[in-house]
Write a protein that binds this ligand. Structure first.
Ligand SMILES: Cc1cc2nc3c(=O)[nH]c(=O)nc-3n(C[C@H](O)[C@H](O)[C@H](O)COP(=O)(O)O)c2cc1C
Length: 274
């Protein structure tokens, strides 16, 4: 990992190979797949495996959702790393009620021993493993600082902390005041939530956060990473054309192209919840 890393966030039905490649070209040091469920992967479901088709060597981390250890092992036995693959990430942030009902997504933040076991399994296979998390499921869990217990106890390579709790919508402000305590754990911390200015980047560098992750603003402008690094990029029309060419070449599903084109070039847009 670089001294300070710029990451493209995992986004369902958006961050396929074509979109990840464009963001990497314009400054994202690493990228993530959308969340992929472990259970269908372990059953060798072709549609789920197709989300793990990588068309080039863009750096990518595969985000997994699930909590079943034997199924995780079964999947890992089937998995073959490819060029650009940098490791796995566990989704401990998804606030969808169907996911929470299974004790997964942001309901996993307090399941520390389960999370430890899952991370250890990935490490035993020789792969890096990070965590992407919210601050808890609700205000109560956030106030109890359960996120710090998890960061303290789990031996992940880094922790991406989306500074909201599960019940919060994107309309509510993320709480950046949590990061100083997260950094004090001595673990590598990546900040996420509404990041899009150089001032924010400077602030996170100052408090020794190890990097930032950008989601929605990267769909509006895939070159935001270069902009925040002070580097030049072509205009958005050119980037849109390049994206479309790649989407064509990589046979990107229509749904992904539609979702990207809906937001690319827009200044501000309401997105659906995570
Ligand atoms: C359309 C959409 C899909 C998302 N899908 C995922 C996902 O698959 N996995 C995940 O961890 N987060 C997902 N997220 C959350 C983002 O990764 C990110 O944490 C969130 O958007 C806050 O960052 P931002 O303010 O830079 O957008 C999604 C967000 C959006 C808007």
């Amino acid at each position: 990992m670089k001294n300070f890393t710029f990451m493209l966030a995992p986004m369902e039905d958006i961050t396929d190979s074509a979109f990840r490649t464009i963001c990497h070209k314009y400054g994202a040091d690493t990228t993530f797949t959308e969340m992929v469920r472990i259970d269908p992967l372990s059953r060798n479901n072709a549609a789920t495996w197709s989300r793990l088709e990588f068309k080039d060597s863009t750096p990518v981390i595969i985000q997994l959702l699930g909590a079943n250890e034997p199924r995780l092992k079964k999947f890992l036995k089937l998995f073959k790393p490819h060029q650009g693959f940098e490791g796995f990430n566990f989704n401990l942030g998804c606030p969808s009620p169907q996911v929470i009902k299974l004790g997964q997504g942001c309901a996993m933040i307090k399941r520390i021993s389960k999370t430890k076991k899952l991370v250890n399994i990935i490490h035993d296979y020789g792969y890096n493993c990070s965590i992407k998390m919210r601050l808890g499921m609700n205000k109560f869990e956030k106030e109890k600082k359960i996120y710090l217990n998890l960061i303290d106890a789990v031996d992940a390579d880094f922790f991406i902390v989306h500074a909201r709790y599960g019940a919060q919508t994107y309309k509510e402000e993320p709480d950046y005041s949590v990061y100083e305590e997260c950094v004090k754990t001595g673990k590598k911390i990546i900040a996420n939530g509404n990041i899009n200015t150089k001032e924010q980047v400077e602030y996170f560098k100052k408090i020794n956060v190890n990097g930032i992750m950008i989601g929605r603003k990267a769909v509006n402008n895939p070159a935001i990473f270069n902009e925040l690094k002070g580097l030049k990029s072509p205009n958005l029309e050119t980037i849109k054309k390049e994206y479309l060419e790649l989407a064509e070449k990589y046979n990107a599903p229509f749904k992904y192209r539609k979702n990207v084109l809906k937001h690319l070039g827009e200044k501000d847009e309401e997105y659906r919840e995570e």
